[in-house]
Design a protein around this ligand. Structure first.
Ligand SMILES: Cc1cc2nc3c(=O)[nH]c(=O)nc-3n(C[C@H](O)[C@H](O)[C@H](O)COP(=O)(O)OP(=O)(O)OC[C@H]3O[C@@H](n4cnc5c(N)ncnc54)[C@H](O)[C@@H]3O)c2cc1C
Length: 400
């Protein structure tokens, strides 16, 4: 699908490090504008073995004309389960999200970027970046050995590998959440299931996502023991199978929780999960990565027009993405702080309160799949829900 080339001491306009959705989208936009772009990924194949549920909103699909060939499921209805098994069925008026196969999804984004002129080099790991006033030099490791490659600017889109950002003084997210997932054949599940409570996840939730072909993606994100949580969800979903067998096939990956302290510096911009641009409520990073790739690309195009790649010029990137994503990311963090202090009884109470409080009809009518700030505000304003959350807060204060 994608050419593998090896270059020595070549100068590019832009080097993109990382061939996930954020890096690929950036490479595509910049190549289309006429810039000479190389994308390096350390993996042997784009999108292979990515650990991800692949849930992407309808809004993202239509905004970015994303590859429909990658669709493996659709989400319109969900069942939310409390720790004691209280079930809240939820139905969105229309289909809210798609489920994609990341191997196909990322592969197609790579094809688009290549067709626009980006040069994608696989098995190529960037080990360090050094900027001066004339260029930025990337030290790269390939199967043939080590090279130095120069460019005017580098986009760091390395997902949850934060070595480059740390070395450059951009920092890393304060917290990395544990993620785990397995794809199995189960008894038929008609809609998305979401599991809350300490048996499944500490601080977050678990999921079972049905796919068109009868398989189910079962996973969770947690501050606790990911394997134990997965075993418990597997026994809820698939009473007839042996969870230990499935656990062996489960794949783990961390999820960045919160943005890095600075997303730019001299001749450098960080995008996507590499900058901590993910939904802190759900851990979703694909759409925010695409948005930040677009913002970064516009700032980079302007920088090339002015031929200025200093930190001050690139700081515009952070101002713009902060405006569109920053508050969402922080609201999710605040909410998580409250939620993670709730014990199972309080989560049950939250479920009962949500049933009585019109929260679900509010979400069905006005809730947005990618933007959760409004729903969080609604929760914090609802008297019943607020009472439950206050109890959690008091527990938090008294446990300091
Ligand atoms: C269990 C789980 C479920 C998830 N479910 C969803 C979901 O349903 N929806 C959603 O939107 N998000 C989900 N996510 C998060 C999502 O997968 C990521 O946020 C998303 O992949 C980030 O995209 P990215 O392009 O920023 O980084 P990545 O997709 O991680 O891509 C980074 C790339 O950089 C490469 N790389 C790293 N370091 C180097 C280096 N030094 N040199 C060269 N290459 C390098 C890697 O090989 C990789 O290909 C989930 C995550 C987990 C763990």
């Amino acid at each position: 699908m994608v050419n593998i080339k090896s270059q020595n001491q070549k100068q590019y306009d832009v080097i993109v490090v990382g061939g996930g959705p954020s890096g690929l989208h950036t490479a595509g936009i910049l190549s289309e504008s006429g810039l000479n772009v190389a994308l390096f990924d350390e993996g042997p194949e784009i999108g292979k073995d990515v650990v991800c549920s692949g849930v992407v909103s309808k809004e993202a699909f239509s905004r970015y004309d994303l590859p429909k060939e990658s669709l493996v499921g659709k989400l319109k209805e969900a069942k939310l389960f409390s720790p004691s098994g209280i079930c809240i069925p939820y139905s969105h008026p229309e289909e809210a999200a798609a489920v994609v196969d990341r191997h196909i999804f990322d592969g197609k984004l790579a094809e688009v970027a290549t067709n626009k002129g980006a040069e994608i080099q696989l098995n190529t790991k960037v080990t360090s970046l050094v900027a001066n006033d004339k260029f930025i030099e990337a030290r790269v490791k390939t199967q043939e050995g080590e090279n130095k490659v120069r460019a005017e600017l580098v986009v760091v889109a390395t997902g949850i590998s934060f070595n480059l950002q740390t070395a450059l003084g951009l920092g890393r997210p304060k917290k990395i959440i544990k993620g785990i997932q397995v794809e199995i054949r189960t008894q038929k599940i008609e809609s998305l299931r979401v599991y809350f409570g300490s048996r499944f996840s500490i601080g977050f939730f678990g999921w079972a996502i049905p796919l068109f072909d009868g398989r189910t993606r079962i996973g969770l994100m947690t501050n606790g023991n990911a394997v134990e949580g997965l075993k418990n969800i597997l026994s809820e979903v698939n009473h007839h199978s042996d969870p230990c067998m499935e656990i062996e096939n489960a794949k783990r990956r961390g999820i960045a929780f919160g943005s890095i302290s600075k997303s730019y510096s001299e001749r450098i911009i960080a995008v996507g999960e590499a900058a901590g641009q993910i939904k802190t409520t759900t851990g979703g990073g694909i759409y925010y990565g695409l948005i930040s790739a677009e913002i970064a690309s516009e700032v980079i195009k302007k920088a090339f027009k002015k031929r200025r790649f200093d930190a001050n010029t690139l700081s515009e990137y952070e101002k713009i993405w902060e405006k569109s994503l920053g508050r969402e990311i922080r609201f999710g963090q605040y909410f998580h702080k409250f939620y993670s202090k709730l014990d199972d009884d309080s989560i049950d109470a939250l479920f009962n309160a949500a049933k009585d409080d019109g929260l679900l009809s509010f979400i069905a009518e006005r809730g947005k799949f990618d933007w959760h700030k409004e729903a969080v505000i609604k929760i914090l304003r609802s008297p019943n829900l607020r009472r439950v959350l206050w109890n959690g807060l008091i527990r938090q204060i008294t446990s300091w």
